[in-house]
Ligand binder design. Sequence first.
Ligand SMILES: C[S@@+](CC[C@H](N)C(=O)[O-])C[C@H]1O[C@@H](n2cnc3c(N)ncnc32)[C@H](O)[C@@H]1O
Length: 200
Amino acid sequence: MKEKKEAKQFLKEFIKNKKLVGSVHPSSKTLTEKMLENINFAKTKIIVEFGPGTGVITKKIVEKMSADATLLVFELHKPFYDNLVEEFKDKPKVKIFNLCAEKLNMVLKENGFEYTDVIISSLPFSNFSKDLTIKILKSAINCLKHGGKFIQFQYSLANKKTLKNLFDQVSIKFTVNNIPPAWVYLCVKKQISSFEKKQI
Ligand SMILES: C[S@@+](CC[C@H](N)C(=O)[O-])C[C@H]1O[C@@H](n2cnc3c(N)ncnc32)[C@H](O)[C@@H]1O
């Protein structure tokens, strides 16, 4: 029942602001699983989510994250933000910001963190200018620890080249079990070798 209500709200917000919301329907269970399957939650202490919408992926992250982990969530669309604040009001480790994803560095610092272990992103890059896409991705890379993961779904392969240029390792999976079908990009920031560390 709740799922139907969320799907209805999602469609309503999409009609109001197509470019920002970027999709007609919340992500499916299959897509959510594919987004989270490469995260070792027991070892992950700082988690960031960009573009949670009605919170389908957020709820799964909250179920899986360890008790001492922190989740920082960025949702620019105010109606979605307000619902998420209500939904997670009893979870002090889930911090929700009505800010653009590009503010990640500022938010990390304000919360006493230097880096994040993982970023889970549903941002509709295909609707963004090239400049904004690059700005958000560069800021995300700067905020990821070495060996950290940036996991992004897209409804096309349009940003494949950009992601491959910016990250050291990119692998792609596809699922038809979503409206619309989607690609999941698993991007890894380079791990510094002990030799490189000595040079810094
Ligand atoms: C395609 S929807 C994905 C929603 C949800 N994660 C899901 O999978 O069902 C994209 C979401 O990104 C949000 N968004 C768009 N631009 C953003 C930005 N610059 N910073 C933060 N959130 C943004 C939209 O408001 C929307 O909720």
